[in-house]
Design a protein around this ligand. Structure first.
Ligand code: ADP
Ligand code: MG
Length: 210
């Protein structure tokens, strides 16, 4: 199977080809149709298995052009480094697509990030704490969120973001698709799935070499 078998549009395929990527990884192949179906999903796979494109490709394929100011896709990751990395991956995939995206994270000037949010975007990538600060401040409106991705949720729990994550989940519109990725399914992660996900489809990819 190649990326063209996923029925990606030409704009995404051209970007992938230019990066030299031809074949989806197992998690990318498995997650694609589930995310396209709008069902809730949980993906369990180790680091390095290609989880970022596993959610970015179907999301970018589905995201219609919009003039709307408030974000429709929210991607929550545990650290600033990951925000920067995900933003870079979106940039790599979208040279031919008109999509607006931005990243916000803690440890930097809040007012500058308010200005970023104020410009409006389709996809917002964020760490939990800064995201909550911006939402509670009122500058960031979450009422249009249709898709939520929580990436590296096990790491998020390890870093003590559980309460913030739950507060955030309570702020989001009820009618949305939830997509979660984790290296392992811990008790805390299972509780989160139980409390906030609607019959999620679980996909799992074995660690390479196992
Ligand atoms: P994970 O989130 O599972 O740790 P990443 O999404 O960060 O993995 O991807 C790991 C690396 O693999 C990145 O450098 C990425 O560019 C590369 N990669 C992702 N998908 C593919 C693919 N289909 N073919 C080749 N390389 C890929
Ligand atoms: Mg990752």
């Amino acid at each position: 199977m190649t990326f063209s078998d996923l029925n990606l549009n030409r704009f995404l395929l051209d970007a992938l080809t230019e990066m030299g990527f031809e074949t989806p990884t197992p998690i990318q192949e498995k997650a694609f149709n589930v995310i396209m179906s709008s069902r809730d999903m949980v993906g369990i796979a180790q680091t390095g298995t290609g989880k970022t494109y596993a959610y970015l490709l179907p999301i970018l394929k589905q995201l219609p052009f919009s003039e709307q100011k408030h974000p429709r896709v929210l991607i929550v990751v545990p650290t600033r480094e990951l925000v920067v990395q995900v933003i870079q991956e979106i940039e790599n995939l979208t040279p031919y697509i008109n999509v607006r995206f931005a990243g916000v994270y803690g440890g930097t000037n809040l007012n500058k990030q308010k200005q970023v949010v104020y410009q409006g975007q389709d996809i917002l990538v964020a760490t939990p704490g800064r995201l909550l600060d911006l939402a509670l401040d009122g500058i960031l409106k979450l009422k249009q969120i249709q898709k939520l991705v929580i990436d590296e949720v096990d790491e998020m729990m390890n870093l003590g973001f559980r309460a913030q994550l739950i507060t955030l989940l309570d702020l989001l519109p009820k009618k949305r698709q939830n997509i979660l990725f984790s290296a392992t399914l811990t008790k805390e992660v299972n509780e989160l799935l139980h409390d906030f996900f609607k019959s999620p489809i679980k996909i799992e990819v074995a660690a390479s070499g196992s």
